[in-house]
Ligand binder design. Structure first.
Ligand SMILES: Nc1ncnc2c1ncn2[C@@H]1O[C@H](COP(=O)(O)OP(=O)(O)OP(=O)(O)O)[C@@H](O)[C@H]1O
Length: 490
């Protein structure tokens, strides 16, 4: 795993204040936000989402970053200001620029809070001439080319954003994890243990720093986890074969495609088709034709959740039949199959396939969380051949984990299954102390907190060289450094 130091030292406690711009390029969405940290563990957020087309994901990198810059410009120009709460400070030392933090959820080797080189694209991106380049510079060049008065002051991974925002809203957090288009985690590490930083003169030896694990790349060697033919087919046909192996078992981008592979193999089974009388649909035949959200919907139909609530009534047989009718309807609609081609037995098989794929994903997600607890000595897996549930560090204390992403937020029972796997690995005592909470809007609020670190760092560089969060000295947004967003757009 890449284990990338992020240069974010320490975590916030909820008392921080300030207003910042954030630009979030995830795997699926591009968001521009204005975040105001209110200093009482809450924040307000104003945001606009923009679509990133396939052409942008796979074209020239300058076109992609021009689009990012244009989206920020459009946000500043078009989105109405909220009034007095919508002040945005100018970039430190230069009153004509607005500071912005870039949440960039791809593997980047950071060399400072505001610089980092793209190691590889993931999640279906392959924009040309980007790998090896500093993404902050790419964005800043785009702003400068277009004479947009915005300065990118911090580069944030979305996992770091999740960790920081969860720490801000709950008062403490040791791990931020994403289960969305992709999966990844960032945790708080002792600086003395980050051997990569030994040569870095800007980092003091003591204290803690957030490390971005890039756990989506675990098992790339395929030496740790078994794969099925359906995983192998997905990997072979992906744009990054043999990379992001762990992510390909877990995340939203891939679960639908694994299910599609399984369903097609059952349709084509010899000597006799095992699904849909051997018939498929144009949608099912298309790579990526099955969105993970459809798997979610099938599970909701089975569980009687969401638009399928209340749960089915009557005898167990009648309940099962009603649930399968619902799934039949979902399959006809979402897979674009004629209803008569879908038997209730077919609906049951597809339901079980979805459940198996999502359960594997959730359990593996639990192993990733467990690995962080073991590594940071908050849990121990095996001790003299016996499973130990004893917390080794901070014994008895709550352990904060911030999560974000559509999979963990919307997939029925994903978190319950993740917890069951965590419990099996670290024991019930440690598991019961783990507070897993959504880091909702984590990339926005987390980015704002990172911009605050950057601002603090810049100020500290002019004074005593302190770095990262200093609880004594953190509430800064001098009134002289604020301006209305609406006036900035002129
Ligand atoms: N209801 C749902 N249940 C499960 N998965 C879903 C659901 N809705 C969307 N998804 C999947 O979640 C992914 C999008 O995740 P998310 O909305 O967290 O985007 P993102 O922030 O761009 O992702 P990332 O943070 O990984 O870069 C897509 O792959 C989609 O298939």
């Amino acid at each position: 795993m890449a284990m990338i130091p992020t240069f974010v030292k320490g975590v916030p406690d909820g008392s921080e204040t300030g207003t910042f711009l954030a630009l979030d390029l995830g795997g699926t969405n591009l968001r521009v936000c204005e975040v105001t940290l209110l200093g009482d563990k809450t924040f307000s957020l104003r945001q606009q989402k923009y679509k990133v087309s396939e052409a942008l994901k796979t074209g020239e990198v300058t076109t992609l970053f021009d689009y990012l810059a244009d989206s920020v410009d459009a946000f500043l120009t078009d989105t109405p200001s909220q009034g007095d709460d919508s002040h945005v400070p100018h970039a430190d030392g230069d009153s004509s620029y607005v500071p912005l933090a870039l949440t960039f959820s791809f593997p980047v080797e950071q060399s400072a809070l505001d610089s980092g080189v793209l190691l590889t694209w993931t999640k279906g991106f392959s924009a040309k001439n980007a790998v090896g380049k500093d993404v902050v510079k790419l964005l800043q060049d785009a702003f400068d080319r277009k004479h947009i008065h915005v300065k990118c002051v911090a580069l944030v991974n979305d996992t770091v954003g999740a960790l920081l925002s969860r720490a801000y809203t709950s008062g403490g957090c040791i791990l931020g994890a994403i289960f969305g288009t992709g999966t990844n985690g960032a945790y708080v590490e002792e600086v003395s243990k980050i051997t990569k930083l030994n040569q870095n003169p800007t980092v003091a030896a003591g204290g803690e720093m957030i490390v971005n694990t890039e756990w989506g790349g675990f098992n790339n060697s395929r030496s740790a986890l078994p794969t099925t033919p359906y995983d192998n087919k997905l990997d072979r046909e992906s744009i990054n074969p043999r990379f992001q192996a762990f992510e390909k078992f877990i995340s939203g981008m891939y679960l639908g495609e694994i299910a599609r592979n399984v369903i097609l193999s059952l349709i084509d089974a010899a000597p006799k088709p095992l699904l849909f009388g051997g018939r498929s649909s144009a949608l099912l035949n298309k790579q990526w034709g099955l969105d993970t959200a459809v798997l979610s919907e099938i599970e909701e139909a089975w569980e009687g959740l969401g638009r399928f609530s209340p749960p089915a009534q009557g005898s167990p047989e009648a309940q099962k039949e009603e649930k399968l009718w619902r799934i039949q309807g979902v399959l006809a609609h979402r897979l674009e199959l004629p209803l008569p081609d879908i038997s209730l037995a077919d609906a049951d098989i597809v339901r079980q396939v979805c459940n198996l794929i999502a359960s594997r994903a959730a359990r593996m997600s639990g192993t990733a969380v467990a690995a962080i607890l073991v590594h940071t000595e908050r849990a121990r897996l095996w001790d003299n051949g016996e499973q130990s549930s004893a917390g080794l560090k901070d014994q008895g204390k709550r352990i904060g984990v911030g999560v974000d992403g559509s999979l963990v937020e919307f997939y029925p029972n994903f978190q319950t299954k993740l917890r069951a796997s965590l419990r099996a690995l670290v024991g019930p005592e440690v598991e019961s102390r783990v507070d897993i909470g959504m880091a909702k809007d984590g990339s926005g609020a987390g980015a704002a907190l990172c911009a605050l670190v950057a601002q603090k760092q810049s100020q500290a560089n002019h004074t005593n060289g302190a770095y990262g969060y200093d609880p004594e000295d953190i509430k800064v947004t001098p009134p002289t450094e604020v301006a209305y967003i609406s006036s900035l757009s002129r």
